[in-house]
Write a protein that binds this ligand. Structure first.
Ligand SMILES: NC(=O)c1ccc[n+]([C@@H]2O[C@H](COP(=O)([O-])OP(=O)(O)OC[C@H]3O[C@@H](n4cnc5c(N)ncnc54)[C@H](OP(=O)(O)O)[C@@H]3O)[C@@H](O)[C@H]2O)c1
Length: 325
């Protein structure tokens, strides 16, 4: 048996999560392993919006990704000493089945990168954007939440594909950050007075691809500026996750018809078969300096909920990660 700690949901979230919504539980893990299982010690944890969006009941473990160092193994793919990225929840030590492990982290690679560009957000940006938006060189791409974990990568991938990239995000510091990554135009949606006017000025030739992380009125306004045949990848709807009332937005069906738009939602897991090739290409782009990594780190297992709330409040630039020690 090994001693471990994990976070549970102490009570149902009510609007923006609070520190008192989380509780640490001590547990003893039976480390007698079945074929395919490993035990790992967490090195770093990821805080992601889906943790807020999924209906996990009070009392249940918080769901989430971590990078773990394998300390005991009954899985030939993941020997003792290697690092893995897995769906572990927020736990100091945990037992993972073969299905819980997403992949082995490359030797020598910074583990936090496996929670960002070479982790779930990176796979989301690469697979969702390229498959659904099908960006062509010379086209205009719009990304909201553009300074966040997924959004900043979508913008950088769109630049690699030869597109003009427009982003929006929630602070002037984030605007500066996105521009430093090569975004052509970026605006702060919190200080922008009238989205349609700003969008027309920044995208005078219209928008061909829209990667939507946010939803709400701004997304409807972006769709109003799209060109005929435009493609929209619906990645998330963070504007609604902490809302007590469903946010209102202008209906889009009419313009979808007349502009012949395609709008498709996706879940990153549906692309699991594509992860190996996506990881190779993302790694190559990082090596060539075409994709830059930016993280908002914090430290300490106990501080994971604080980092999570900070991310939902817009406190992160790039990927929000928590390093254990
Ligand atoms: N479909 C999938 O498989 C999949 C996978 C991963 C992520 N996602 C989705 O992708 C989106 C981005 O995730 P991420 O991990 O990259 O998070 P992130 O952008 O790194 O962090 C969340 C950001 O959302 C913004 N935000 C928070 N509340 C908002 C609101 N009410 N309106 C507008 N923006 C708000 C904040 O940035 P600002 O300061 O700019 O407001 C905050 O920094 C989320 O919707 C998430 O659920 C989907």
């Amino acid at each position: 048996m090994v001693r471990s700690k994990y976070f549970t949901k102490a009570q149902e979230f009510d609007g923006m999560p609070k520190l008192t919504d989380f509780k640490i539980i001590d547990e003893e893990i039976d480390d007698n392993l079945k074929e395919g299982e490993v035990v790992g010690e967490a090195l770093c944890a990821s805080v992601d919006p889906f943790i807020r969006a999924y209906p996990v009941p009070p009392g249940a473990p918080i769901i989430g990704f971590q990078v773990l160092k394998v300390t005991k193994s009954m899985n030939k793919k993941y020997p003792v000493g290697c690092k893995v990225m897995g769906f572990s929840g927020w736990r100091t030590i945990c037992k993972l089945s073969d299905a819980d492990v997403w992949y082995k982290v490359n030797e020598g690679q910074n583990p936090t990168v496996s929670l960002g560009a070479l982790g779930m957000p990176g796979m989301t940006a690469y697979c969702g954007f390229l498959d659904i938006c099908k960006p062509q060189a010379g086209e205009t791409v719009m990304v909201n939440g553009c300074a966040g974990a997924v959004g900043n990568l979508v913008g950088q991938i769109a630049k690699i594909k030869g597109c003009k990239v427009i982003g929006c995000c929630g602070s002037d510091e984030k605007v500066k950050f996105a521009k430093s990554l090569g975004f052509d135009q970026v605006f702060n949606y919190k200080t922008c007075k009238f989205y349609p006017k700003t969008l027309k000025e920044l995208a005078p030739d219209g928008i061909d691809c829209f990667f939507d992380n946010v939803g709400g009125q701004l997304s409807s306004d972006i769709m109003g500026c799209m060109n005929k045949g435009g493609r929209i990848a619906v990645c998330g709807a963070i504007t609604s996750y902490n809302s007590k009332q469903p946010p209102m937005a202008t209906m889009v069906q009419g313009l979808m018809v007349f502009k012949l738009l395609t709008m498709r939602g996706f879940l990153v897991q549906q692309y699991k078969d594509k992860f190996p090739e996506a990881l190779v290409e993302m790694q190559q782009w990082i090596k060539e300096g075409k994709i830059k990594i930016h993280e908002t780190p914090s430290s300490g297992f106990e501080n994971i909920p604080r980092s999570f709330i900070d991310m939902l409040s817009g406190g992160n630039i790039g990927k929000a990660v928590v390093v254990m020690s």
